[in-house]
Design a protein around this ligand. Sequence first.
Ligand code: 6PG
Length: 243
Amino acid sequence: MISLPPNTELMADAEATARAAAEHLLAMAEGAEGERIAICLSGGSTPKRLYKLLASPGFVERVPWARIHWFFGDDRVVPWDDALSNVRMVREAFGHAAPVPATHLYFIPSDHGAEAGARAYEKTLRDFYGAAELDPERPLFDLVLLGLGSDGHTASLFPGKPALSERRAWVAPVPEAGLEPFVPRITLTFPTLASSRSVLFLVNGASKREPLQRLADGEDLPARHVESAGRVTWYVDRDAAAA
Ligand code: 6PG
């Protein structure tokens, strides 16, 4: 078995990962103090099972939908109805069963390119937060969900790309993705992801063994740089952990 990141919980399979993540989200929401709960969603394929589960019987009645505001950690610069769009993935996963108030889903604009979309989303985040600077004592997100790419990227923070070193902007354009799909992206930057009460990585499948091993070997991969005001937790299934 690969040596895993600190605060890793080993999951039997992808379904177990999704169920544990749903319970983690519900426990966070139950303990959240403010009226509004801000959750930053991960894209890609792994989290779709979680999002579907939240909208399914047994969970949908437990989620405080009226309090939760859903943001995106990144997206591909494609139309929202494109098969590559994280907006489409989340909409399909939540379906009609999840009673999400329309004003509580904050999609990353993708119709005017990466630069304009990043600027627009940064304004969305600042308007929600109510300040132009992130205060370490007042995290923007209650929970940030993240995935791990086979190259060690997370959100759309790819190895060797300029967005990795962005420390002032809350959101950055990524004109050239470092992994398929090779379309421009828009991503939250490390300081914005760090403005969180907790971070949860969901990592399933044998294709993630290599990035996990490279992290364990101390390689300077983007996922290593994710911080939080609270705890960074990893849910890794046995396939990914080679357990
Ligand atoms: C995206 C995600 C990205 C994803 C990883 C893992 O938009 O693709 O934000 O960071 O989390 O690439 O993707 P999978 O879950 O599909 O393996």
